[in-house]
Design a protein around this ligand. Structure first.
Ligand code: FNR
Length: 365
């Protein structure tokens, strides 16, 4: 089917699968080990039913919200995902233009294939920068300063990756980078070489570079090098939510890294409630993982999320049709959200309440 005929995110995935080389598609689509969490990120959403309220005046439905004080027309952000050039030659430049044209926030991955200055220059839209911390801390320091200078508005510190999860598809495919694709932010800072002789080149690379000593106290170090607010990404427990607040985080992203790190962790929509309860409204809580429908976004709001991020859907849109494909994915999701809000009797995202969902485990149980 052609792009014009695509009616949902799943169809974008099918097109991306057809178009991309196997190594690239598998890299994007797969999760860690048995991929239990990968499947359950989606299944868990499907187990939540909706409790619509009818005969509410929904002649005006407003999906806008604010993220760290920035007003956005839809509560859907672009999650940081690595290496967009494997999906499309314009890579992160196209993604940034698409996010900007629909008015939402892009979180640029540390592991991007255009550098942060190039991406900043591609669009005037709001952007956050996702940070990994390597053994050589000067690299993080330099990138954080560069991001701040280039106009990025927040640092998203990914906390769930002291080592790379075991992604068996990448191991089998001996994942490596084609010559035209690099970890562009690192140019001039270090030489990047992937050794795929024993499996996933990315895993081998990460095991040599990632600073496994990174810990909560390092939020203090980050705050000493930047004025930007810090979001901690990868929190799945109430305990860690409290530590994030104590460390001075400005927000939390409940995430299991798209099920690519530790297999067997809770689906994010299940973990969300515990985090929201621990946070008690002190800082905003966002969620990513398995969001593929407007109803998923609605359910996340009902459980206390203040925005969601989407990872793979953006990549599938990019692979299918570049900037236009990403725009269409974001538009589809926001149109779907507007519809479910209308049909549930919610005129604004603040109207979405726990009473709009039902988590009883099975029908008639
Ligand atoms: C990711 N994710 C990720 N996270 C991060 O902090 N830095 C990164 O570089 C990447 N890279 C990356 C690559 C690919 C191909 C995927 C699929 C994911 C995780 C990402 O930010 C997000 O948590 C998940 O993608 C959300 O799940 P969905 O929307 O893909 O189901």
């Amino acid at each position: 089917n052609s792009i014009e005929e695509v009616v949902n995110v799943a169809e974008f995935e099918a097109i991306a699968k057809r178009k991309l080389p196997k190594m690239a598609y598998d890299f994007y689509a797969s999760g860690a080990e048995d991929q239990w969490t990968l499947r359950h990120n989606k299944i868990a959403f499907s187990r939540i039913r909706l409790r619509p309220r009818v005969l509410v005046d929904v002649s005006k439905v407003d999906m806008s919200t604010s993220v760290l004080g920035f007003k956005v027309p839809m509560p859907i952000m672009v999650a940081p995902t690595a290496l967009h050039k494997l999906a499309h030659p314009e890579g992160e430049l196209a993604t940034a233009r698409a996010a900007s044209s629909v008015g939402t926030i892009m979180v640029l991955s540390f592991s991007s294939s255009y550098n942060l200055e190039e991406v900043a220059g591609a669009s005037s839209g709001l952007k956050f920068f996702q940070l990994y911390v390597y053994n050589d801390r000067k690299i993080a320091e330099s990138l954080v300063v560069r991001a701040e200078n280039a106009g990025f508005k927040a640092i998203v510190l990914t906390g769930d990756t002291p080592r790379l999860g075991r992604r068996e598809a990448d191991i089998k495919n001996r994942f490596t980078l084609p010559p035209n694709v690099t970890l562009k932010n690192l140019e001039g800072l270090m030489s990047v070489e992937l050794d795929e002789s024993k499996g996933s080149g990315l895993e081998a690379y990460a095991s040599n570079t990632m600073d496994r000593s990174l810990s909560w106290k390092d939020i203090g170090w980050l705050k000493s090098i930047t004025q930007l607010p810090i979001l901690v990404k990868g929190v799945l427990t109430g305990e860690d939510a409290s530590l994030a607040i104590n460390a001075g985080a400005s927000g939390i992203i409940v995430s299991n890294h798209g099920a690519r790190q530790l297999d067997g962790v809770l689906p994010t929509i299940v973990a969300l409630e515990e985090v929201v309860n621990a946070v008690q409204g002190r800082i905003p809580v966002y969620l990513d993982g398995g969001v593929r429908r407007g109803t998923d976004i609605f359910k996340a709001f009902a459980l206390g999320a203040q925005a969601v991020l989407v990872g793979r859907p953006v990549i599938y849109g990019l692979a299918s049709d570049g900037q236009a494909g990403v725009e269409k994915v974001l538009k589809l999701l926001s149109d779907e959200l507007e519809l479910v809000m209308s049909l549930c009797g919610c005129c604004s995202v603040d109207d979405i309440k726990p009473s709009h969902i039902d988590r009883a485990s099975d029908f008639f149980s």
